[in-house]
Unconditional design. Structure first.
Lengths: 99, 174
């Protein structure tokens, strides 16, 4: 019986202190207002200036390499198709000529 | 009526070699001494157009040929011995075009092997060509979608490109 009473007491709903919401909001605002240190801003700008062109160049060169490879494959694909058509035409002609 | 509509949609559906990669071509590639697997869609064809070497003897012809094409696919296998592929493999490949809007224009049979050529009819010129060339130790399937001149295509038979070199590169990539 005592246990039940103790549990009820422990789990009883309690209202937060009156200034609880204000304190939470004040903390959030304080965190937001922390200014970016100048050295951090400069470092971030320098990193971006170094990384973005290099990444762009890498992307462009990979794109060109893919296009070059596609051009090679296209040439081979058309050569294979052309050969097969040509050989078939030749065979049909030879058969028609009775060779 | 619904069945009729579905049937018509199926007949208009373009063949796509990619759909047979896992079912047929990947298995044949494992048996092949050399294999070529090329699939280029419209975007890749556009990109490739600007990179065809100008010292390529037929570069102008190639650029003209690929104008308007929407895809170029080739699967080609060179086996060391005969009997690497079966009639069932050929039937699976031909299912892509048989009973569709593709029209067979050549069915050339030899003592050992055969060549079948299909065209997708178009107003001025064919809107696609499909070739299945089966020889005892070699199997080649070509599908080109888009307006194409067969005369121009068959004149591109000696471009000075080593097919074996591309096949070796593709094998190394695996």
């Amino acid at each position: 019986m005592n246990l039940e009473v103790n549990l009820r007491a422990a789990l009883r709903r309690e209202a937060p202190p009156a200034d609880f919401a204000d304190r939470v909001l004040a903390r959030v605002k304080a965190k937001k207002r922390r200014p970016l240190r100048p050295w951090m801003a400069i470092a971030a700008a320098l990193a971006a200036a170094a990384i973005i062109p290099a990444a762009y160049e890498h992307h462009e060169s990979a794109k060109k390499e893919r296009a070059r490879e596609a051009a090679r494959e296209l040439t081979v694909a058309l050569k294979i198709a052309g050969q097969k058509l040509h050989w078939t035409q030749q065979k049909i002609r030879r058969r028609a000529d009775g060779v | 009526m619904a069945a009729l509509c579905l049937g018509a949609a199926g007949a208009l559906q373009a063949a796509d070699l990619k759909t047979l990669d896992s079912e047929v071509f990947d298995r044949l590639a494992k048996k092949a001494k050399e294999s070529v697997n090329i699939t280029l869609d419209g975007g890749m064809l556009k990109a490739a157009k600007g990179f065809i070497p100008s010292d390529e003897p037929d570069s102008a012809k190639i650029r003209k040929l690929i104008d308007g094409l929407t895809s170029v696919s080739v699967r080609s296998f060179e086996f060391g011995t005969p009997g690497a592929y079966t009639q069932a493999d050929l039937d699976s490949i031909l299912k892509l075009v048989d009973g569709t809007t593709w029209r067979r224009i050549i069915d050339f049979k030899e003592e050992q092997g055969s060549t079948k050529i299909y065209l997708l009819p178009g107003a001025d010129k064919p809107m696609g060509v499909f070739v299945l060339a089966a020889e005892p130790e070699e199997l080649t399937v070509v599908q080109i979608d888009g307006p194409i001149s067969l005369d121009d295509l068959s004149s591109l038979r000696d471009l000075g490109v080593d097919i074996g070199d591309v096949a070796r590169k593709q094998t190394e990539k695996k």
